[in-house]
Write a protein that binds this ligand. Structure first.
Ligand SMILES: *[C@@H]1O[C@H](CO)[C@@H](O)[C@H](O)[C@H]1NC(C)=O
Length: 380
């Protein structure tokens, strides 16, 4: 009997400490309430559960560390984007019905008074506006996940963003952010996923972006970035997806990009890149999607395709490429979509795969190409 009794006692003790510990820390509760007070919630639904003393209990989008009772996650997504199938979403976010009923207003600096925050997700509200609070990097040392995608945030990225040394995910896409990418970004050594797509960022890609050895995706397209492609990127052994398209980047494409270990998607389209197409890119083992369209690349297309070449998509259109269509292309293991249009290519289009399944538009607007699939036959 005695062992059972002491077990029950222990259990009781454990339950009581667990529940008392999970009570919301008063200063965290105050910070959440002033964050809320700065916002307009026309539906009155997003924050309808934010009542009572214990913010750890039923406040939707808020979760606490069960042992300390400190707020660890704040996650509010509008559910307007299709990502609403994600089961981790709070119920309030799924009920936000239409554009007129979305949260709006600024992000209160009171967010900086949640010192144990590991995850801050305020995504797809469209009208959350004003700056990213400048106090975030110095105040939230445990932050691992920062996602403010799809709002109307403006102003610069905090220059000391590199102080968020636990950050693994940084997603600020689809906002109105201006100014440069802070050099300190390169000290986020745990960063795995970086998405700054579709903002108004200017200046260079940080020259030592390549220090981010854990980074798997770097998405910086649709900004106003200028200057060269950093060579250091070639050192990134985990980078699978690099998208720098639709910027104003200039200079040549470093040939080392073609020797990266796991790079599978490289989008550099719509920039001002010049010089040759590095042969390493076309003979690369892992690259499956390569878009260099709408640049100022010149010289011949390297004739280096082989059994290792496997391109789901290879787009070299709208450049100044000269010479012939490479005769080694039929040796490639696979080429799905190929676009060589709007260049200065000349001579016969080789026979065989993939040329037998491509359309004439893939070769349109060159200087003097001939043969199928173009209507113009080659004169022997
Ligand atoms: C490559 O980029 C160009 C320019 O941004 C774009 O129009 C084109 O659709 C892309 N190619 C493919 C096959 O996605």
């Amino acid at each position: 009997m005695a062992p059972l009794l002491s077990f029950l006692l222990l259990l009781l003790l454990h339950l009581s400490t667990a529940t008392s510990a999970a009570t919301c820390h008063p200063s965290d509760r105050a910070a959440l309430l002033s964050f809320r007070a700065a916002l307009t919630d026309p539906s009155s639904r997003v924050f309808s559960t934010w009542t009572g003393a214990d913010c750890c209990k039923s406040w939707s989008g808020v979760s606490c560390d069960p042992t300390t009772g400190r707020v660890a996650d704040l996650s509010l997504r509008s559910g307007v984007e299709e990502s609403s199938s994600d089961p981790s979403l709070s119920s309030s976010s799924r009920t936000a019905p239409s554009g007129e009923l979305l949260l709006s207003g600024p992000l209160s600096p009171s967010l900086c008074s949640l010192p144990r925050l590991t995850s801050l997700i305020l995504a797809d509200w469209k009208r959350l506006s004003g700056p990213i609070p400048a106090c975030l990097p110095s105040s939230l040392p445990l932050l691992r996940h920062l996602d403010l995608v799809g709002n109307a945030l403006s102003g610069p990225l905090p220059s000391d963003i590199g102080r968020l040394s636990s950050l693994t995910v940084l997603k600020l896409a689809d906002n109105l952010l201006t100014g440069p990418i802070p050099a300190s970004l390169s000290s986020l050594l745990d960063l795995r996923h970086l998405d700054l797509t579709n903002n108004l960022l200017t200046g260079p890609v940080p020259p030592d972006l390549g220090s981010l050895r854990m980074l798997a995706r770097a998405l910086l397209s649709k900004n106003r970035l200028s200057g060269p492609l950093p060579r250091s990127v070639a050192k990134m052994d985990r980078l699978a997806d690099l998208d720098l398209s639709s910027n104003a980047l200039s200079g040549g494409i470093p040939s080392q990009y073609g020797t990266m270990l796991v790079l599978s998607t490289l989008n550099l389209d719509r920039n001002r890149l010049s010089g040759p197409v590095p042969p390493t890119l076309l003979s690369s083992r892992g690259l499956g999607i390569l878009n260099l369209s709408r640049n100022a690349l010149s010289g011949p297309i390297p004739d280096v395709f082989g059994e290792r070449s496997y391109f789901m998509m290879l787009d070299l259109s709208y450049n100044g490429l000269t010479g012939r269509v490479p005769t080694t292309i039929p040796k490639a293991a696979y080429i799905g979509h190929l676009d060589l249009s709007h260049n200065h290519l000349c001579g016969p289009i080789p026979a065989g795969s993939p040329f037998d399944h491509l359309e004439a538009s893939s070769f349109a607007a060159n200087d003097c190409l001939c043969g199928a699939p173009l209507p113009k036959p080659c004169r022997q």
